[in-house]
Every structure is written in structure tokens, then in C-alpha cells.
Design a protein around this ligand. Structure first.
Ligand SMILES: Cc1cc2nc3c(=O)[nH]c(=O)nc-3n(C[C@H](O)[C@H](O)[C@H](O)COP(=O)(O)OP(=O)(O)OC[C@H]3O[C@@H](n4cnc5c(N)ncnc54)[C@H](O)[C@@H]3O)c2cc1C
Length: 303
């Protein structure tokens, strides 16, 4: 298949990366986005290319492949802000250390570029970490990009190809045999249509695909002022051991039993993830809620 005209619906990272790959393969791409600029999850995330904690097998190999692709693309699009800075998952109790030991003893530890480092090495790798700890899992494969600017940066490079058209402010309402129809009634012709519409599972997506087996999750994060010093790696706390599948095993079962999360952390399914943006600010998160409908009220509790 060569020289196909591809319509991509959605201006987030999935849509933009599909556009990128299609243009590299010699296709013409028209990407439609209902907003003036992508504003879904793709511009409100950590920007972490996260290998740590991925389940062995397809999930891990996909994460490693994604990491390779981001790095390759960033060589051509430096404005992605790709930083191969790795991550430290900080361990502060013996039970957490045991989970980490179990991971690094496994055959896939080398594939995930993960090793256990002591407290002194933690401070050498990331001098901004000054509290007490027993050590950390150091994952050299983790990396980050700048999510707020990634899509425009990729699009600038795509436009230079001469085979790419960005069409913002158009919501795709219907598929036809010849392409799509937008909310201005305009028809866009294409041989292939790729829907990358994010977490919106109603409307067009339901018409085309019915009920899709996707679980929606609401997450919350915070963005700070510049830290005033470099945070040389991404940082996770040991609560992340509870959320990522790679850590499952007897040691994690024991951690859950002997060291339950504090009530607030448990109720909000919290872990600490922290990454520094290129302007020095920190993105810190995150909470998870799974029960729909999500409550969007913001409640302030006295400490
Ligand atoms: C708080 C948080 C932190 C996260 N952190 C990370 C992280 O560090 N690393 C990571 O890899 N992932 C992370 N994720 C997940 C990641 O952000 C998402 O998986 C990813 O952004 C999804 O991209 P998308 O393109 O599918 O969706 P979106 O970014 O939501 O893009 C979909 C786009 O489609 C448009 N659209 C929808 N319907 C139509 C239509 N009919 N016509 C035209 N346009 C339409 C929308 O306006 C939107 O711009 C995080 C998510 C959250 C919420």
C-alpha cells in the first residue's frame, strides 16, 4: 500500500504519531481536530516514557519500542524535549526493599534496564533527593518529553514534508464510503480513516464501534513553580510498586499486608510520580478514580 490518503481524527499524541508514521511511509495525511489545538490527555500528562513496572512480555516490549521511537523521532524534532534521564523509585522500608529485590532478581531486570542502588548512589544520581531512604530502583530506560509542546512540534516537522495537512476546529461527525463529514458539513476524502479520539467513547466512536472494552480513569496531578535546581531523574515513591504490574508477587502481597497505604492515599489510589519540565517546574501526581460518573467537585479538606 503506497501513496494512500489517510484521514486521522484527533489531534492528540495517538493521532499525531499515526500521522508521523504514515507520512514516513509515503502516505498523504489529513489530521482533523475538533478543538483549535489538542487539549485532551495528551497535553495534561507527565510526559513520561515509562518502562519501569511494565508487565513482562508484550507490555514491556511495547514500552521499550515506544521509548526507542520517541528517541529516534526526537533526533529529528528536538523541540519534543526528549530527556533520557531515567527514574528512581525510592525505597524507604524493608518491605519496599524486598519488593525491589524480587524484581531485580528476575530474568527480565536487564531487559528493563533496572537495578537496585543504595542510598548514597541515590543522592549522587539525583542530588535533589535529600530525605532518608534505604535505596532505590534505578531504571535507566525511563525518559520524558514535553507533553504541552510535543504535538505542535511534531506537526511543524510534518508540515515540512508537504504530505500533511492539519485541520483544527472541525469535529468529525460521520464516516462515509469516501471519507468523513465534519460539523461544518464539509466532506474530507480519504482511503483510510483512523479514529484517535481519546477518552470520548460516545458519539462517532459508539456509532462505529459500539461499546468498546475500555475503562476510563480520572487522574489528578499538580504543576508547580520552577524548583530552582535540577531534578536529574523522574522520581517515584514506593506506592508506585502497588500500581504497576511488574512488581506483583509474594513480596508485594506482604507489603500490602504489613504496610497498608494511609487512608487518604488508599481512597484516592495515590502514588507519587514527579518529573521536571524544561522550564524547571515539576509535574507531580497522581490520583486515580475508576468509579463513574466521576465527581468533578473540588473539595478542600483541612489538614
Ligand atoms: C494525568 C495523566 C497523566 C498521564 N501521564 C502519562 C505519562 O506520563 N506517560 C504516558 O505515556 N501516558 C500518560 N498518560 C496517558 C496519556 O496521556 C494518554 O494515553 C494519551 O494522551 C491519549 O492520547 P490520545 O491521542 O488517545 O487522546 P487525547 O489526547 O485525548 O486526544 C484525542 C483528541 O481527539 C479529539 N477528538 C475527539 N473526538 C473528535 C472528533 N469527533 N473529531 C475531531 N476531533 C476529535 C479531542 O478533542 C482530542 O484532542 C496520562 C494521562 C493522564 C490523564
Amino acid at each position: 500500500m503506497f501513496g494512500v490518503r489517510i484521514l486521522i481524527v484527533g489531534g492528540g499524541v495517538l493521532g499525531t504519531m499515526h500521522a508521523w508514521q504514515a507520512v514516513q511511509r509515503g502516505h498523504d495525511v489529513v489530521q482533523l481536530e475538533r478543538e483549535p489545538e489538542a487539549r485532551g490527555a495528551s497535553v495534561r500528562n507527565f510526559g513520561l516514557i515509562w518502562v519501569s513496572g511494565r508487565a513482562n512480555g508484550a507490555e514491556l516490549s511495547t514500552a521499550l519500542r515506544a521509548r526507542t521511537l520517541w528517541q529516534q523521532i526526537a533526533e529529528r524534532v528536538p523541540a519534543l524535549g526528549f530527556r533520557p534521564s531515567g527514574s528512581l523509585t525510592v525505597l524507604r522500608t524493608e518491605a519496599e526493599l524486598t519488593v525491589a529485590n524480587e524484581l531485580v532478581a528476575r530474568a527480565d531486570a536487564a531487559e528493563r534496564n533496572t537495578k537496585l542502588v543504595g542510598a548514597q548512589e541515590v543522592r549522587e544520581i539525583n542530588p535533589a533527593l535529600r530525605g532518608e531512604c534505604l535505596g532505590a530502583l534505578w531504571c535507566d530506560a525511563d525518559a520524558s518529553v514535553e507533553p504541552r509542546t510535543a504535538q505542535p512540534a511534531l506537526r511543524s516537522a510534518l508540515i515540512e514534508s508537504g504530505r500533511y495537512t492539519w485541520v483544527p476546529g472541525r469535529e468529525v461527525r460521520a464516516l462515509t464510503d469516501a471519507g468523513v463529514v465534519d460539523d461544518h458539513g464539509e466532506r474530507h476524502a480519504g482511503d483510510v480513516v483512523v479514529l484517535c479520539t481519546g477518552a470520548w467513547l460516545g458519539g462517532l466512536v459508539r456509532e462505529v464501534a459500539g461499546e468498546v472494552p475500555v475503562r476510563r480513569v480520572r487522574l489528578q496531578m499538580a504543576q508547580t513553580e520552577p524548583l530552582g535546581e535540577p531534578l536529574t531523574t523522574a522520581v517515584a515513591d514506593a506506592d508506585s510498586l502497588r500500581y504497576y504490574p511488574a512488581y506483583q508477587g509474594a513480596a508485594l502481597d506482604e507489603l500490602r499486608r504489613s504496610q497498608p497505604q494511609p487512608e487518604v492515599a488508599s481512597r484516592n489510589a495515590m502514588q507519587l510520580l514527579m518529573v521536571q519540565r524544561s522550564d524547571g517546574s515539576l509535574t507531580i501526581g497522581d490520583t486515580h478514580s475508576y468509579d463513574q460518573p466521576f465527581g468533578f467537585d473540588v473539595t478542600v479538606h483541612a489538614a
